[in-house]
Each structure stands twice: as structure tokens, then as C-alpha cells.
Design a protein around this ligand. Structure first.
Ligand SMILES: C[S@@+](CC[C@H](N)C(=O)[O-])C[C@H]1O[C@@H](n2cnc3c(N)ncnc32)[C@H](O)[C@@H]1O
Length: 251
């Protein structure tokens, strides 16, 4: 289980917004154009992190529940979506994506930025699909890093582009096995001008996309395909050739 820690949650909230900010409007546009999306405005943001995708849907009038394992990430989500929590439009709860139940049902369950690669193994992913199926009335959209994408992790990157934060990423992936590891460490400037050190070690499990599709169909989803975020309507023939694939499942 990989709940992001306090220091890393702070850095994530400051610096890791680009991917999700870009993906959120594309997912919303796709969903809003579907028959169920025209009438059902309830969303579960699974592994919601600091609530970036949730806030985009909230700004557009959706009712959102965000679920994440990390209380540290959730506290930023609650801060970022405070006005919507106060108005009763949003709720953020701590939970495990592969072991949760909720009373609510959702037109859209969504999980972005390779969050489901954070699950331990195929059994955990299958349990996640079963939990999602039980609360879904329509679509389940999520993305996964592919083996090809994880090969890019095998590197060292230093981001010292501004004075507020120094980030060092050390990724290891042998290109064959089912786990890629990354250690992210660095320093973050606090309001008093001193720097605080953070360290986070995380893994991504590599899931073969054909097995993912079979698992979703086995759980009961009727239609399952892979797509690029830029065009969620069009199925891809060879998703393993992508660094990241979006999975679109519907009931
Ligand atoms: C890469 S972040 C993505 C966050 C958010 N979806 C986004 O797009 O910015 C992965 C998130 O998954 C959460 N997470 C990891 N394992 C989880 C689990 N088993 N159940 C729920 N959340 C989990 C982490 O705490 C973290 O917030």
C-alpha cells in the first residue's frame, strides 16, 4: 500500500498538477457527451490525491466524492475544495481503492495519473474493479503506465528550476519484471525560508493491458477499450505501444 507521506504531499500539491489539470477537462468533455453523462453528474475520484481533478468537476457543477489512502494528500484536497465541501457538493474520504464500499452510486468513476499502477498486484487490481463495479452506474475511466512507459522511469532527473524546491527522481526498471521503483527526494523551502527534506519511495506495478481488459469484462463491464487522453472516443489497436493508456469501461 502506498499512501503518500506528508513532505511529498506538500511537494505534490505545489508541483505535480500538470498532467491532471490537462486530463480533467478532456475526461469531463468525453463523459458529458455520453447518454448517462447528460443526466448523471455524480463522480467518484478514486485515488484523488490533492483533489485536482475533483475541483475541475466541482467547478462544472458535479457532485464529487474523492477517496485516497493518504490522509496527507486528503488534507490538501480538502483545502483545495473547501468551498465545495462547505456547500455539500464534495466529500473527501480515506480509503483503499482495492477495499472500499460506499452507499452512493456514480455516473463516472475516474482515477488519474497512474494511480492504479500503485496497487500491489493483479489480485488487488481485480478487487479494485469489483469495488468500483458495485458503486458504478455508468463509466469507469482510468490510466495505466504501460511497460513501455515504465522503461522511461529508468533514469535520474534533477529539477532545480527554481529556488523553492529541489527534486531528485531516481527510477529503476529493468524492462522485464512487474515492478518499477522510484525514489523521489529533495528539499522544499518553507515560509520561514528554511528548507525541509522530503523522501518518497514508490512503485508502479506493470499490468498487461489485455489481462486488464479481461478482468474488467469478467467483473461485468460490457464495453472496455483503450484510448489516448486526447481522444477518449477512439479505441487504440496497440495500446502497449503507448507509454500510458487510458481505459474506458462502461456498463
Ligand atoms: C500519482 S498520485 C495521483 C493523484 C491524483 N489522482 C492526480 O491525478 O493527481 C497517486 C495517489 O494514489 C494514492 N494511493 C496509492 N495507493 C492507494 C490505494 N491503495 N488506495 C487509495 N489511494 C491510493 C496516493 O496516496 C496518491 O494520492
Amino acid at each position: 500500500m502506498q499512501a503518500y507521506s506528508k513532505g511529498f504531499a506538500r511537494v505534490y500539491n505545489m508541483r505535480w498538477s500538470g498532467f491532471t489539470r490537462q486530463a480533467a477537462p478532456l475526461i469531463l468533455d468525453f463523459y458529458a457527451a455520453t447518454p448517462i453523462g447528460k443526466k448523471n453528474k455524480s463522480v467518484l475520484d478514486l485515488c484523488c490525491g490533492v483533489g485536482l481533478l475533483a475541483v475541475h468537476f466541482l467547478e462544472n457543477g458535479y457532485q464529487v466524492i474523492g477517496l485516497d489512502l493518504s490522509e496527507e494528500m486528503l488534507s490538501y484536497a480538502r483545502e483545495n475544495a473547501r468551498q465545495y465541501i462547505e456547500s455539500g457538493q464534495a466529500r473527501f474520504i480515506q480509503g483503499d481503492a482495492s477495499d472500499f464500499t460506499l452507499d452512493e452510486r456514480f455516473g463516472l468513476v475516474v482515477s488519474t495519473y497512474d494511480s492504479l499502477n500503485h496497487l500491489e498486484n493483479e489480485q488487488a487490481l481485480l478487487r479494485c474493479f469489483q469495488c468500483v463495479y458495485a458503486v458504478s452506474d455508468g463509466y469507469f475511466i482510468f490510466d495505466l503506465n504501460t511497460r513501455r512507459g515504465l522503461r522511461r522511469w529508468n533514469s535520474i532527473q534533477v529539477d532545480d528550476s527554481d529556488e523553492d524546491v529541489l527534486i531528485i527522481n531516481r527510477g529503476i526498471y529493468d524492462g522485464q519484471s512487474d515492478k518499477a521503483w522510484i525514489k523521489i527526494s529533495g528539499f522544499l523551502r518553507l515560509p520561514d525560508g528554511l528548507y525541509e527534506r522530503f523522501d518518497e519511495t514508490a512503485f508502479n506495478t506493470m499490468f498487461e493491458l489485455e489481462k486488464v481488459r479481461d478482468a474488467l469484462l469478467g467483473v461485468g463491464w460490457k464495453d472496455v477499450y483503450f484510448a489516448r487522453i486526447q481522444d477518449l472516443k477512439t479505441p487504440l489497436d496497440e495500446p502497449e505501444k503507448e507509454g500510458r493508456a487510458f481505459i474506458v469501461a462502461s456498463k
